[in-house]
Design a protein around this ligand. Structure first.
Ligand code: ATP
Ligand code: MG
Length: 151
């Protein structure tokens, strides 16, 4: 139940956002059931939302949307944060890759979060896209097929 799962995670993220004075808004469609691994899918939400909070300064905004398109579940995680430079865009899904190590060192990540997200999404026969603009923010789009059997 993707609806319940993403609502649970939103409660946790809301607390993190509140502490950092970030405005968090979640728009989650009701009654979405999907064929997949709930623990792994939870990790997808957590990793994307943690990034959104981590790479967004105080006073910013983070938005989560979960909705059903015709054959796909669409998950959108949008932030008004530091953004990702064009040159780094195709490398952020690599293991241990971090943009500008000096800049992001204080956030203490290992550079694995997005590699894990991509791996899980692809294991569910889905795909992930990102749009970003430096100092404006980033938007990650995850698409998971609704009617496929996952082996
Ligand atoms: P962790 O393993 O703890 O998640 P991480 O956050 O550094 O560490 P990833 O989640 O894989 O690793 O992200 C890789 C890099 O992509 C980050 O270091 C950061 O530079 C950049 N990045 C990811 N998400 C965002 C975002 N929402 N806004 C700006 N930069 C981002
Ligand atoms: Mg991360």
């Amino acid at each position: 139940n993707i609806t319940n799962l993403s609502q649970e995670i939103s409660t946790i993220i809301q607390q993190q956002a509140y502490k950092k004075e970030i405005k968090f808004v979640a728009n989650i469609q009701n009654d979405i059931l999907i064929n997949g691994d709930p623990y792994r899918l939870k990790q997808v939400f957590i990793n994307l939302l943690n990034n959104a909070i981590n790479y967004t300064p105080q006073g910013g905004k983070v938005f989560l949307e979960v909705k059903l398109l015709s054959d796909y579940l669409q998950i959108v995680v949008q932030d008004s944060g530091i953004g990702i430079p064009e040159d780094d865009m195709n490398r952020i899904f690599e293991r241990f890759y971090r943009v500008d190590k000096a800049r992001s060192r204080n956030t203490g990540g290992t550079g694995l979060g997005l590699a894990i997200v991509k791996h899980i999404v692809e294991a569910h026969k889905g795909y992930i896209q990102v749009k970003s603009e430096v100092e404006k923010g980033s938007t990650f789009y995850v698409y998971l097929p609704m009617h496929k059997n996952i082996s």
